[in-house]
Design a protein around this ligand. Structure first.
Ligand code: UTP
Length: 296
């Protein structure tokens, strides 16, 4: 079995990041030098993904433009003696195929994935959320590990998880593992955004998945859940309850998830990536130290 197709949902409204997201997608917000979704694509390419299917929506055309070859810009940089900047466009030349479909109504992540069904058809596929970066500068190969495990264990789904502070379980899908404290575990259940008291663990879904096409069948019959949206977590839950094999893999310490869905974690991600920048980081660190000295 060979899995080289990733569905990248980018159709969400990004209301938690208003007004920044009023007329631009949150997936195009810069973190350090690059827009979020470029990190996602580069990470997927590192893991052997060759075909990307973006599920887009209103106001998201800048994502399509970003991955197009821009020969006019290249010619302009050459004519104006700015050849050194051509390296910044190297990502355009990655050996990847891009496909786009639309989620015509924003009915939730589960629904966005269902929109990919006519194109994905009857093959296993990766899902990578377009608003989440894994690790500083996205060096994670988690998708490769998920795919290997999916093939090896003949699973129905393999999902990346991250341990989060207990009070943050209310924001994520949370696993109930059959075996605790293992880097790789089978899921007994999964719950969408539980209360702190009800959370079965602190293992939060971390934006990367591999699914067999059977998930489409389940999503098709998933009623709107929390927030009136068709929740992917609800379909995964039905998969487990029906005897499906769902495996979780914990992210390593250097694969921390940067969730660019709210200002708190967006600010943290931007600052951490900027401070880690080989060219601008050192000066920025000095400047931040001075600033902190002034305000403390
Ligand atoms: P979020 O759960 O953060 O939802 O999406 P959102 O609608 O984008 O943001 P808020 O809650 O209004 O602030 C997680 C990922 O799923 C995609 C988003 O684009 C993001 O990459 N998504 C979400 C869709 O593609 N369609 C949807 O209907 C919802």
């Amino acid at each position: 079995m060979h899995i080289d197709l990733a569905v990248v949902p980018v159709a969400g409204q990004g209301t938690r990041l208003l007004p920044s997201t009023k007329s631009q997608p949150k997936e195009m917000l810069p973190v350090g030098r690059k827009p979020v979704v470029q990190y996602v694509v580069e990470e997927l390419a590192l893991s052997g993904i060759k075909r990307l299917l973006f599920v887009t929506g209103p106001g998201k055309t800048s994502i399509e433009n970003h991955f197009d070859l821009n020969s006019e810009l290249i010619a302009f940089l050459r004519e104006t003696g700015k050849e050194d900047l051509l390296a910044e466009l190297a990502f355009e030349r990655q050996n990847l195929d891009y496909f786009y479909t639309r989620q015509r109504r924003q009915l939730g992540l589960g629904h966005a994935i269902l929109c990919a069904r006519p194109i994905v058809g009857n093959q296993p596929f990766v899902v990578a959320l377009g608003d989440s970066i894994l690790g500083v500068n996205a060096q994670s190969d988690i998708v490769h590990r998920l795919v290997e495990e999916f093939i090896h264990s003949k699973a129905d789904a393999v999902i990346a998880f991250e341990e989060v502070p207990r009070e943050e379980v209310i924001h994520y899908g949370i696993a109930q593992p059959r075996q605790s404290n293992r880097p790789l575990f089978e899921l007994a259940d999964i719950v969408e955004k539980p209360s702190v008291a009800d959370a079965p663990s602190n293992l939060a879904v971390a934006a990367r998945y591999v699914f067999s096409p059977y998930i489409f069948e389940l999503l098709q019959h998933t009623a709107p859940g929390k927030g009136g949206e068709i929740q992917l977590t609800d379909a995964i839950r039905v998969l487990i309850q029906g005897g499906g094999k769902v495996i979780g893999i914990k992210l390593g310490a250097d694969e921390r998830r940067f969730d660019i869905g709210n200002f708190e974690s967006y600010f943290r991600a931007f600052v951490e990536f900027a401070l880690a920048d080989p060219k601008y980081g050192p000066d920025l660190r000095d400047w931040v130290r001075t600033l902190m000295g002034r305000t403390s």
